[in-house]
Design a protein around this ligand. Structure first.
Ligand code: 8YV
Length: 306
């Protein structure tokens, strides 16, 4: 088994106990290539984050199962996995609360300028005058783009903050929230547009200048889904020209690179993809990776097949 990423130590220990494991992330790039080549005739299983998976699929002809660490599987070439009968699993649901918490963290940080407020208190600027006012959440509309299991957790939290909730999905759901038939309609109808969209060809740069202009100069954009869904140049231009008020981002098109244009702006809050990054959640995700592999090798039904 090839382990591609540095999972929680408990997960690594469980994998080590049951399989002949090889750890890719510990090696420098040339040695990684060497390891993959040497395992190519024998490697049957990969435990990997989605983004690190494709190169392994192409180089491991005996691969039978990919146990993906994360709910998003946009880094996996399903054309190839289906053709070769490779099973794929992911880790849904166990991360819903952690990601929803970070989403609300970005909502609060952008609307109340929390990061700037911390800097203000530390730097002694308070002596020269009060911190500028933010904007309230109560009574505002949170527009959730991609209302799946995580989106529903975010909606519950928004209701507790006395916000209204609207959403856009391809299909309307039986939920007591306003449904908008298009992304642009949702952007027009909300104060804070929050994207939970998955990556992939169907959503590539779907959040573009037109959507951001519909959000408007008081609007805030939050992204906790995938960076590939945003036209980042259009986002930088909209933030710079004050065509939207602020953005709070946990994900980027080309991670771990964060575009200089975003870093240079004062009206952005930028997190390094920490949506699921709590000890408890990462442990639970790892356990699901391990349990799916155990089920596969025992000949049982996979717990969370994709
Ligand atoms: C990452 C995520 O998988 O689950 C997802 O889709 O984006 C995250 O939880 C995790 O950070 C590992 O890369």
């Amino acid at each position: 088994m090839l382990i591609a990423n540095a999972f929680h130590p408990d997960t690594i220990a469980l994998l080590d106990a049951h399989y002949d494991t090889h750890k890719l992330w510990l090696l420098p790039a040339p040695e990684q290539e060497q390891l993959i080549r040497s395992l190519s005739p024998v490697c049957e299983a990969v435990a990997s984050a989605s983004w690190a998976t494709n190169p392994l699929i192409y180089q491991l002809p005996r691969l039978r199962i990919i146990s993906c660490f994360g709910v998003g599987v946009d880094g996996i070439d399903f054309g190839i996995t289906r053709e070769r009968g490779i099973q794929v699993t992911n880790t849904p649901n166990v991360l819903n609360d952690a990601v929803a918490d970070i989403a609300m963290g970005l909502v609060l940080a952008t609307s109340r300028n929390l990061i700037q407020a911390d800097a203000w208190a530390r730097s002694g600027q308070w002596q020269n005058g009060p911190f500028p006012f933010g904007s309230s959440l109560a009574g505002k509309t949170l527009g959730i783009l991609g209302l799946g299991a995580i989106g529903e957790e975010i909606a519950l939290r928004a209701l507790a903050f006395r916000m209204r909730v609207a959403y856009h999905n391809r299909h309307r759901k039986e939920l007591p929230f306003r449904y908008c038939a298009s992304i642009t309609e949702l952007a027009q109808s909300c104060d804070i547009l929050l994207s939970m969209l998955p990556g992939g060809a169907g959503t590539e740069k779907i959040i573009d200048a037109q959507v951001l202009d519909a959000l408007g100069p008081q609007g805030i954009f939050i992204n906790v889904g995938r960076g590939s869904t945003v036209d980042e140049d259009a986002l930088i231009a909209a933030l710079r020209d004050k065509r939207i008020a602020a953005a709070g981002l946990d994900v980027y098109a080309n991670e771990p690179q964060v575009p200089e244009g975003l870093r240079a702006l004062p009206n952005t809050v930028l997190f390094p993809h920490i949506g699921s990054a709590t000890v408890e959640t990462r442990r639970a995700m790892g356990q699901l990776v391990v349990d799916n592999l155990a089920a596969y090798f025992a000949g049982d039904a996979l717990l969370t097949p994709v």
